[in-house]
Write a protein that binds this ligand. Structure first.
Ligand code: ADP
Ligand code: MG
Length: 239
């Protein structure tokens, strides 16, 4: 069953949405034919909502997140985040948006191995030239929020998978993004650690007042999300 925009749970008006995807379609050429990775997806995400996107492998979750974050462009349709049409921006503006407005977390953590936890979190602050005092305070605050204060001077290889993902979450939040996109953030973690990461995500969304879209097939995420949508072969269904 495909549900249209008007019947979705909050936001009820487009102006209440931080993220507004309309008729999103993404086709990939494949050999002779074409793969329909996303088909006419409409999705409105309200300010402060934590939305879980579930669906089997190959259902289009990564494609959707990449389009919402401007890492990829739709074949047709549009993505508006905080009033800006991401899907129509040039690369220069997208770089700026990804530094300040939209942050990503991936299954693979993506930390810089030679940097300590604190230095990894500091990278995005340096990119926007935050002055050193404010930078140090923000790093400390973020490591506190994700419960890693004691590990600040450790390098990624000295941290467990769950701790590395906490560093990645802290780094993603550094510049106070409005939108956090997480693509299977617990995919490499055991279920116990994964659940704790979900709770950390839940907590940071509240503490920092941000909006998050999390792709996962972890059933535990369904308990911490405000709302669950599901992809079936590129078609979005409200749960
Ligand atoms: P999920 O993240 O849910 O596993 P994806 O968004 O990665 O799903 O993939 C959706 C569909 O699009 C799959 O059939 C996949 O094979 C296809 N696909 C994804 N990326 C590409 C690509 N770069 N080129 C061709 N096909 C792709
Ligand atoms: Mg994926």
């Amino acid at each position: 069953m495909t549900v249209d925009l008007a019947s979705r749970r909050p936001p009820t008006r487009p102006s209440d949405a931080l993220v507004l995807a309309s008729s999103l379609t993404r086709d990939y050429p494949s050999g002779e034919g074409v793969v329909h990775a996303l088909r006419n997806v409409d999705l409105a995400v309200g300010h402060g909502q934590l939305v879980a996107v579930r669906g089997r492998s190959g259902s289009g979750k990564t494609t959707l997140l990449n389009l919402l974050g401007g890492l990829d462009r739709p074949t047709s349709g549009s993505v508006v985040v905080d009033g800006d049409e991401i899907s129509a921006m040039d690369e220069g503006r997208l770089v700026e948006i990804r530094r300040r407005t939209i942050a990503f977390i991936f299954q693979s953590f993506g930390l810089v191995p030679i940097l300590t936890a604190a230095e990894n979190v500091e990278v995005p602050l340096r990119l926007v030239r935050t002055e050193p005092g404010a930078r140090d305070r923000r790093v400390e605050e973020l490591l506190e929020i994700v419960g890693l204060h004691e590990r600040a001077r450790h390098r990624p290889h000295e941290l467990s998978g769950g701790e590395q993902q906490r560093v990645a979450i802290a780094r993603a939040l550094a510049n106070r993004p409005k939108l956090l996109l997480a693509d299977e953030p617990t995919g490499q973690l055991d279920s116990e650690t994964g659940h704790r990461i979900m709770l950390v995500l839940r907590q940071v969304v509240r503490a920092e007042g941000i909006t998050a879209v999390v792709a996962t097939h972890d059933p535990l995420m369904m308990d911490v999300a405000d709302r669950v949508v599901e992809l079936h072969d590129g078609t979005l269904v409200e749960r």
